[in-house]
Design a protein around this ligand. Sequence first.
Ligand SMILES: NC(=O)c1ccc[n+]([C@@H]2O[C@H](COP(=O)([O-])OP(=O)(O)OC[C@H]3O[C@@H](n4cnc5c(N)ncnc54)[C@H](O)[C@@H]3O)[C@@H](O)[C@H]2O)c1
Length: 248
Amino acid sequence: MKRLEGKTALITGAARGIGFEIAEVFAAEGACVAIGDLSHEEARTAAAAITAKTGAKAIAIGMDVSKEEDCETAVAETEKAFGKIDILVNNAGITRDNLVLRMKAADFEAVMDVNLKGAFLMAKAAAKPMLKARTGRIINISSVVGQAGQAGQANYSASKAGLIGLTKSLAREFAPRHVLVNAVAPGFIRTRMTEGLKDEAKLKISEMIPLGRMGEPAEVAKAALFLAGGDSAYITGQVLSVNGGLYM
Ligand SMILES: NC(=O)c1ccc[n+]([C@@H]2O[C@H](COP(=O)([O-])OP(=O)(O)OC[C@H]3O[C@@H](n4cnc5c(N)ncnc54)[C@H](O)[C@@H]3O)[C@@H](O)[C@H]2O)c1
């Protein structure tokens, strides 16, 4: 039996990268998936590719996670298409890197708005039906940078550390209704977000990683699958690091 048979999932920022991989793995395990993304067009292409590959139902939702109304509509569209929402993955994220003295307040706010406030708004919208159903899973995609800090990423690091606090608070608040909330903290993963790094920087990063290489989106997706499925029924408020040993 597939691990997410009969389940429905909404994954934000799933038009590409880690989010796309999570949606594809969930679909391959039997879930109906809603692909939420800023780009409705890319979300549509992603949903069609997932259905073609897995045969699972997939819908595309154009949305901005930093807007409360969009978050509520995304949950409503998921429920309308699939009848319910069992799993939410807060994956949408952006970077606006700079050294602190050069970082504009607007760049700090933009990153917090998407990475942290977006996850709060989505969790709030999805929790309503989940708490009512007395079951659900929320998975927040944090980062090793939120655990260890990173020069040049004060905004991103603060947002990702904030996600860990949010995860633990939601976990405590929702546990009585069996809604489990956990975070995945990826290390350096090969996606468009890290594509811009210079080869020299990539080599330096790989040398710092005990497993000696960057990670693949599929390796993060498998951790999310574990937290979404029946094998993690007694796990809530935790941070699962997928970083090749970079941070222990
Ligand atoms: N790539 C890495 O090394 C790495 C490491 C740790 C954590 N992460 C986290 O994993 C998540 C996915 O990263 P990725 O590398 O796949 O990034 P990516 O840039 O390839 O994909 C991010 C997706 O999010 C969407 N998005 C951006 N802003 C949005 C918004 N306001 N509303 C809805 N969708 C929005 C984008 O359109 C894009 O499709 C992010 O939260 C990121 O911070 C990535």
